[in-house]
Design a protein around this ligand. Structure first.
Ligand code: PAF
Length: 287
């Protein structure tokens, strides 16, 4: 979306599906979708920047999706500030789609929904039952509503990315999924809307995640050394680990000693009650 010289690009806020369809129909050229739950930070702006590189127009969705939160999770408390979000992307995207819950889901839960299958029941899905079903249902709706050429997702939510790639492949959805690298705060902490819940001490402790990831990167290409780094991190228990795993990126199954090739290192820990994720893909070529 390169604005013509001398003109000011404008961002339009749309609140209803009907408005979205009208504005979408008026866009000429390629379109990228950046799905978000708002509380935009530099990580989201990197997704927007990639979307702008790839397509003529960008639609950003800003919707805290109740379907992907379980009982007792932070749905009510999840940070919401539409004005700040609009200011952050003003002139960078063509449309911000920020529907109400009633607009998005006239019937809640919907009568028909999409399921993420077995991949949605392991790892984050084991800790958050139904979470990935909620994600794939809203992403399917957003893709249907915006009919983009490309949809952009961050690599931090590595399982979400893998499941969305499977969604698009399995349901033959005509869109290309574009993964974007994790954005980090200067300290190394992966950017996340939930970082606002952390105290300064919590942020400091959270660096265990990025430090463990750095050690895992350094240990690759050795399979044994990589797995030892993760094992040792769990043993040290400096934070309340959910898991620190080396996975086959395609199957999301734990790698064994024989594995060679790409490995998804995925780290999840709880600090001050906040579930934090970090991830990287490394390559293992030796024992
Ligand atoms: O990654 C997120 O922010 C959400 O899971 C998504 C993809 C916008 C669906 O609500």
């Amino acid at each position: 979306m390169t604005p013509a010289a001398g003109t000011t690009p404008r961002t339009t806020l749309v609140r209803t599906k009907a408005e979205l369809r009208t504005h979408r129909a008026a866009l000429r050229g390629s379109v990228a979708l950046v799905p978000t739950m708002g509380a935009l930070h530099d990580g989201h702006l990197a997704l927007v920047a990639r979307a702008r590189e790839l397509c003529d127009h960008v639609i950003l969705s800003d919707f805290v999706n109740p379907l992907q939160f379980g009982p007792g999770e932070d749905y009510e408390a999840y940070p919401r500030d539409l004005e700040a979000d609009l200011a952050a992307v003003d002139g960078l995207v063509d449309l911000v789609f920020a529907p109400s819950v009633e607009e998005m889901y006239p019937v809640l839960p919907p009568t028909v929904s999409v399921t993420a299958g077995a991949a949605g029941t392991i790892l984050e899905g084991a800790a958050r039952p139904g979470h990935f079903d909620g994600v794939v249902t809203v992403v399917t709706k957003l893709l249907q509503l915006t009919t983009p050429d490309v949809a952009v997702f961050g690599r931090k939510d590595a399982q979400q990315l893998a499941i969305i790639q499977a969604l698009v492949a399995d349901l033959d959805l005509p869109v290309r999924i574009e993964p974007v690298e994790i954005q980090r705060e200067p300290s190394g902490l992966a950017r996340s809307s939930r970082n606002v819940y952390l105290s300064d001490a919590g942020r400091e402790r959270a660096l265990v995640l990025s430090r463990t990831l750095a050690a895992a990167r350094a240990a690759a290409p050795s399979n044994a050394a990589l797995r030892a780094v993760l094992h040792d991190a769990l043993q040290r228990a400096e934070i309340d680990w959910a898991y620190a795993l080396a996975l086959d990126p395609a199957t999301l199954e734990e790698i064994d000693a024989a594995h060679r090739g790409e490995v998804l290192v995925t780290l999840v820990g709880r600090i001050e009650g906040v579930r934090l994720l970090d991830a990287a893909v490394v390559v293992v070529t030796e024992a």
